[in-house]
Design a protein around this ligand. Structure first.
Ligand SMILES: Cc1cc2nc3c(=O)[nH]c(=O)nc-3n(C[C@H](O)[C@H](O)[C@H](O)COP(=O)(O)O)c2cc1C
Length: 204
């Protein structure tokens, strides 16, 4: 059974549904599996994101739970992430192109590759939400070890993991992970991030 999602946060009530209801779950259903077609759709969502000069400076390691590649990844998780991440149905490791390879191929706009990868990752998570799935992005893992284990060339930079799956039952989870779901979600006020006449002058 999928656990209830929290009520929309103040200020988020009028967002489009997939954004309004998004939050980073820490309890995934460890029995849920993603179909190959769903995994493909999630990568397609990332693939069709915009990018500077259409450079598409992104790659993903696709690691469904139970696969050999998933088993290769899991030991490199940080202690804080090692409980909840393996329960997700799949992990996508997001990798940005940050340079030009020996064959001279590379993005013209690599200054923007982190921005582009972040946007592609966001599109993946929004597509996941539209499939009724939850996502939780994370940076807590040994990036160098993962790059080495998967043979990532050094002109690509391993950035984050995106855990995707069905929200699980907190009562069945490690209390530390269940407790994380109770934490208040907070944001800096709008006046601190949206400026008008001058930097620091609130837009409205
Ligand atoms: C780049 C990035 C790295 C993150 N790293 C971790 C992490 O290592 N472990 C973790 O539990 N959450 C991680 N998070 C999740 C954030 O803590 C979370 O998005 C933030 O607290 C806001 O909560 P919300 O997504 O529920 O709105 C990360 C998120 C991003 C975007």
């Amino acid at each position: 059974m999928t656990a209830a999602k929290p009520a929309p946060q103040p200020g988020a009530e009028d967002l489009t549904e997939n954004l309004r209801d998004r939050w980073s779950v820490s309890v995934f259903d460890p029995d849920h599996e993603l179909a190959d077609a769903e995994i493909r759709l999630l990568v397609e969502a990332a693939r069709w994101a915009p990018s500077a000069g259409n450079s598409q400076p992104w790659s993903f390691l696709v690691l469904p739970r139970g696969s050999a590649a998933h088993s290769t990844f899991v030991p490199h998780l940080s202690r804080g992430n090692s409980g909840w991440v393996p329960r997700a149905s799949a992990v996508f490791v997001a990798i940005a192109q940050v340079g030009v390879g020996p064959d001279g191929n590379g993005p013209k706009w690599s200054d923007y590759s982190h921005y582009d990868l972040g946007q592609a990752a966001a599109h993946l998570t929004v597509q996941a939400a539209s499939l009724g799935l939850s996502s939780h992005q994370f940076a807590g893992f040994d990036h160098d070890a993962v790059a080495a284990a998967f043979g990532v060339p050094d002109w690509w930079k391993v950035m984050t993991g995106i855990a995707v799956g069905l929200h699980g039952d907190p009562a069945q989870a490690d209390p530390r992970d269940a407790e994380r779901e109770e934490r208040e979600r907070v944001r800096r006020p709008l006046e601190e991030i949206a400026f008008g006449d001058k930097w620091g002058t609130p837009w409205s």
